[in-house]
Design a protein around this ligand. Structure first.
Ligand code: GCU
Length: 611
């Protein structure tokens, strides 16, 4: 039995009526700079049978296996006696964090279970009265956090940040931070057990020690409303939260706004946007330093201001119709052995392939919330973003606990990213098979998104139906979506020839914008077959793109493309010994960044759209 307690479920599960603020995560405003970055070498200890939590026969774990204890094993052993240990995180092997364990050493490639990590550190001394927190940017999939032998927090979900307060548990020197990470997925997790991407278990994004005043800015947001106002809010956390004067300043616009927090510690802002305000767009990604202040606390975020809306079948960016020239991306850095280690350099290398290489203005960051580095790079470079939580293929649609996890994952994503102008769409799922329970689940999720952020568009990547040469979209979820999106693989999966693909006709609702959220074909970089043009050759992939783009040109309400996928990525489902070897080869570039013929087909197509 796994001794895991899923997230404390504060809201009423499964009901559509819920208070959005029960979903508010405390993230200390993600822009807040850390006092200390705990990236680096961590020791680790495998615990495949979770003996550090539960002994055989369900008995309580034995101290000799409890990796989280604040014990110096070598010193204890030197004293002799009857006690002994079957772990020692002080003398264990090390790996570089952040980064997934599957890529760290060959023996861990397919390890799927509980891994214990340890970091010893001396803490930066907090100012008098300051509070201390640990923020984990992502731990895949469940995390259990101990500091100096004391459990200080837990989290479930592999792609969103969480914060634990350590003010009491932190000591000045010799801190022992131990994190149990369980990568196991099942019918109750999001995503479920089977995905078409690698497991990537572990502490995959940075761990930071953050210090803040006793009453601090926990969240602050500002955006441009459709009515041309700058609207936002600021949330204080701490004993002096209510009735406080707070302010925000945009020096570049000569703007200062003041407000007061209410009894719950929240203050609101609303003012006509200054005439000098430059709107954010892919062509002109204008960003402003916004300084939020509350007493001794000051935090700066870098925010772009734009509007996004739908009007009939058009997507409007700053009131003008836009076509999303994009590509889908998995969170893997370019290189032969990706560890899901995405820093600003890795993010820009991927996104410049889209911006400069493909002449794109859009990326689908599939199938889960990507690192904050990726979103900030998209803000800076000027790329619109589709953000998605991993309600992928099948989850337990009938479980209120699973719905609550999805809601919390969505809330953590929105609270982390809602100041990112690049994000235009929140996606609530990918290729989920149509059942009544699934549509109820997604409907509740769509309501959550709208309650948390009514300023962006809601979509989902849907499956299509085929009737001869006609492709139909008749998903009962459509009324909940602002933008329809579908994954279509005619010409790769199934027995369509590329001539058939060119002839396909689409029967789609015409009152909403349509996106092709996926289409793609595998190709091994360097494998040429100009005569027979077999599948898995670059030649076939290029022909497939030409045929699919020709078909797409005949769909009158099509407003965007995010073909599957920018880069070859690891997947345990792809095991052809010549062509795949654990890689999904639908990339337009190989895992080391080698462009394939189809890259230029799409680039030319998008370049032609720019004129
Ligand atoms: C699916 C799925 C992707 C998958 C792709 C493929 O549509 O959304 O995650 O990798 O198809 O089959 O390559």
């Amino acid at each position: 039995m796994r001794v895991w307690i899923t997230l404390a479920l504060a809201c009423v599960l499964g009901s559509s009526a819920f208070a959005a603020d029960t979903l508010r995560p405390s993230l200390l405003l993600t822009a807040r700079p850390p006092a200390q970055d705990l990236s680096g070498r961590w020791t680790y200890s495998k615990d495949l049978y979770r003996t550090g939590l539960t002994d055989i026969n369900g008995w309580p774990a034995k101290p000799r296996m409890e990796r989280f204890r604040d014990v110096d094993v070598a010193t204890a052993e030197a004293q002799g006696g009857v006690g002994f240990f079957e772990y020692d995180l002080d003398r264990g092997p090390t790996m570089e964090l952040p980064g997934a364990w599957n890529s760290a050493v060959p023996e861990l490639r397919y390890f799927d279970g509980l891994m214990w990590f340890q970091r010893r550190f001396d803490a930066v001394r907090p100012q008098p009265g300051q509070r201390s927190f640990l923020r984990f940017e992502a731990v895949n999939y469940r995390a259990m956090v101990f500091l100096n032998g004391k459990e200080v927090g837990r989290h479930e979900g592999g792609f969103t940040p969480f914060v634990v307060e350590v003010t009491q548990a932190l000591r000045e020197t010799g801190n022992r931070l131990v994190v149990g990470v369980d990568s196991k997925h099942d019918a109750q997790t999001i995503p479920g057990e089977i995905t078409d991407w690698d497991l990537y278990g572990g502490i995959t994004r940075p761990v930071k020690l953050i210090q803040a005043p006793a009453t601090f800015i926990d969240d602050a947001t500002l955006r441009l409303s459709d009515g041309g106002h700058l609207v936002g809010s600021l949330q204080l956390n701490g004993p002096q939260s209510a009735g406080q004067t707070v302010s925000l300043r945009i020096a570049a616009l000569g703007l200062t706004l003041r407000s007061r927090t209410d009894a719950s510690g929240e203050a609101r802002f609303d003012t006509p946007a200054p005439a000098a305000l430059k709107r954010w767009s892919p062509e002109s990604p204008a960003l402003y330093d916004v300084d939020f202040e509350a007493g001794p606390d000051r935090v700066r975020d870098r925010i772009g201001f734009r509007t996004i809306a739908v009007r009939g079948s058009e997507i409007l960016l700053n009131g003008q119709p836009v076509f999303l020239r994009g590509i889908s991306i998995h969170e893997e850095e370019i290189g032969p052995n990706p560890a899901r280690r995405i820093d600003d350099v890795a993010a820009r290398r991927l996104l410049n392939e889209v911006k400069e290489g493909l002449h794109g203005n859009y990326v689908r960051l599939s199938h889960y919330p990507h690192s904050e580095a990726m979103l900030r790079a998209a803000d800076e470079l000027g790329l619109l973003v589709w953000s998605e939580i991993p309600v992928y293929w099948t989850v337990d649609w009938d479980s209120p606990a699973v719905l609550d996890k999805a809601r919390r994952m969505q809330a953590e994503t929105i609270y982390r990213d809602r100041n990112r102008a690049a994000i235009a769409l929140w996606s609530i799922g990918n290729e989920t098979p149509v059942t009544e329970a699934r549509t109820r689940f997604h409907t509740a999720l769509a309501q959550t998104v709208r309650a948390l952020d009514a300023s962006r568009l809601v979509s989902a990547a849907l499956l299509v139906e085929r009737n001869g040469d006609t492709v139909r979209i008749a998903d009962p979820l459509l009324p909940q979506l602002d933008v329809i999106a579908v994954n279509t693989y005619a010409g790769w999966y199934g027995d369509d020839t590329l001539d058939t693909v060119r002839r396909l006709r689409w029967d789609v609702p015409v009152d909403k914008p349509l996106l092709f959220s996926e289409f793609g074909a595998d190709a091994v970089a360097g494998l040429r077959d100009p005569t027979v043009r077999r599948k898995f050759s670059e030649d076939y992939q290029a022909d497939y793109y030409r045929a699919t783009l020709a078909m797409a040109a005949n769909v009158p309400t099509l407003r965007g493309l995010s073909p599957w996928v920018l880069k070859d990525f690891r997947s345990p489902r792809r095991e052809h010994p010549v062509y795949q070897n654990g890689w999904n080869r639908k990339g337009l570039i190989s895992e080391t960044g080698q462009r394939k013929l189809a890259f230029d087909v799409l680039a030319e197509h998008y370049r032609g759209m720019q004129r």
